[in-house]
Design a protein around this ligand. Structure first.
Ligand SMILES: Cc1cc2nc3c(=O)[nH]c(=O)nc-3n(C[C@H](O)[C@H](O)[C@H](O)COP(=O)(O)O)c2cc1C
Length: 155
């Protein structure tokens, strides 16, 4: 019998970067801290994101909608905390850069601006495929999620 504790603990030993998945609805931005992301195709450039079916953002993630994935830098612990908190879904505008209809988290290490092309439900999550339309990379160090902590030392 595999316990949830065992399963979670095992995955907590797999270090990842940290991103914010964001979309826009009625002139308001919705963001969610996410580490279940990966690049799944180079040509075309497609990112996969896994979102819990009970997350607030999920009702705004529809086919053909635009969404951004911002990879957070080492000094953005406050941003990861903000977008992982259920109570912080309003007043998030200050965290975003909004230029020529492109939106992403300010000061991130890298952002990808995308269009949602597909989704499918797997267990208690929905996996979204995002086609990358635009991106920008900055010369910064990444924020790391490891052992359930941000910027914990990897030994
Ligand atoms: C480092 C980190 C990574 C996370 N990654 C994911 C993820 O990939 N998918 C997901 O659905 N939730 C993820 N979460 C949890 C969501 O960020 C969090 O449950 C959500 O923002 C809570 O707001 P809500 O209740 O309004 O949806 C992560 C949280 C943290 C701290």
């Amino acid at each position: 019998m595999i316990t949830d504790y065992q399963y979670r603990k095992s995955w907590s030993l797999f270090p990842t970067g940290v991103s914010v998945l964001a979309t826009e609805n009625n002139n308001q931005f919705f963001g969610m801290t996410a580490n279940s992301i990966m690049s799944i195709s180079l040509d075309p450039k497609i990112i996969m994101v896994s979102v819990g079916n009970k997350r607030t953002i999920i009702e705004y993630l529809k086919k053909d909608k635009e969404a951004s994935v911002s990879i957070l830098s080492k000094d953005q612990i406050d941003v990861a905390d903000f977008f992982s908190n259920t109570d912080n879904k309003d007043n998030s505008k200050n965290y975003f850069e909004y230029k020529k209809n492109i939106f992403y988290v300010k000061n991130s290490l890298c952002h990808f601006f995308c269009k949602i092309i597909d989704s499918y439900i797997i267990g208690d999550h929905t996996v979204f495929s995002l086609n990358v339309l635009d991106m920008k990379l900055e010369d910064k160090e990444p924020l790391i999620w490891y052992k359930g902590n941000l910027n914990n030392k990897i030994l």
